[in-house]
Design a protein around this ligand. Structure first.
Ligand code: 5RP
Length: 249
């Protein structure tokens, strides 16, 4: 453990992996320090960067004696909240959140996000849509000009299992590209989300699409539950850099 951010550096982690982890951590710590206040209702995103945000939140709740109610965006987020003895809430009792801090797979120049690399996009979008602010925390590899510049796995789309083939054909017919049904390990069968659905990863070709329109059109297809496109939802992004500084956008 070293410095104020207490970065754990086991010897078997490569320098690149370490700088990525450090970048995630500094971004997460900065966002929590800036946006968590006493009595706030706080949306807990999903993914590896959010682990650091919850760590920092737990420290602040303890040291500053804060009251924070945490709304999870996934099974993983709920487990993190419980592990750190934070107060767990739900949308039934807290339908308006002050802020949600979440990761992203890519953030373009217009603050449009691709999310759902971890398959949690549906609950992430629901919670974000109930939040006064959505703040993204990410390492430097997620910062891009256009969607697809850096994240090469496409846009995740959560679908009802029985409809995945027609949905796949319709999206390719409308916008081109290629679609893969997400599976955890080759031949192991499809990934099933926290909501019992499948994920399609759409490898789009045209990077100059109107993403708001794409999102609307895809969601009109029967059987599509949600897309990983977050358009006009994110107010601010923190990108941790390899040297440990944070760029804000
Ligand atoms: C999960 C997500 C994650 O927030 C996104 O994949 C980024 O994850 P990480 O912080 O591990 O890079 O959208 O559905």
């Amino acid at each position: 453990w070293c410095s104020i951010y207490r970065v754990y550096q086991p010897r078997f982690i490569s320098a690149t992996k370490m700088s990525l982890e450090q970048a995630k951590q500094v971004a997460a710590y900065r966002a929590v320090d800036e946006f968590v206040t006493n009595n706030c209702v706080f949306g807990v995103g999903s993914g590896s960067t959010v682990i650091y945000a919850v760590q920092r939140l737990a420290e602040k709740v303890e040291t500053d004696n804060l009251k924070v109610t945490c709304i999870p965006t996934s099974f993983q987020a709920k487990q993190l909240i419980l592990k750190h003895n934070l107060t767990l809430g739900e949308l039934d009792t807290h339908p308006v959140l002050d802020v949600t801090i979440d990761g992203a797979d890519e953030v373009d120049a217009n603050m449009t996000l691709i999310k759902g690399g971890g398959g949690c996009l549906l609950q992430e979008k629901i919670v974000a849509s109930c939040s006064k602010k959505l703040i993204v925390i990410a390492d430097y590899t997620k910062d891009s000009k256009k969607l697809g510049d850096r994240y090469k796995k496409g846009i995740p789309i959560e679908v009802i299992p029985m409809a995945y083939v027609p949905i796949k054909n319709k999206i390719v017919g409308l916008f081109g590209g290629e679609i893969k049904l997400r599976s955890a390990i080759a031949k192991a069968g499809p990934v099933v989300t926290d909501n019992g659905n499948f994920i399609l990863d759409w490898l789009f070709i045209n990077q100059d699409l109107d993403w708001q329109n794409v999102d609307t059109v895809i969601k009109m297809i029967p059987g599509v539950v949600e897309t990983g496109l977050f358009v006009n939802m994110c107010q601010k992004a923190y990108f941790g850099q390899p040297e440990g500084i944070v760029n804000e956008r």
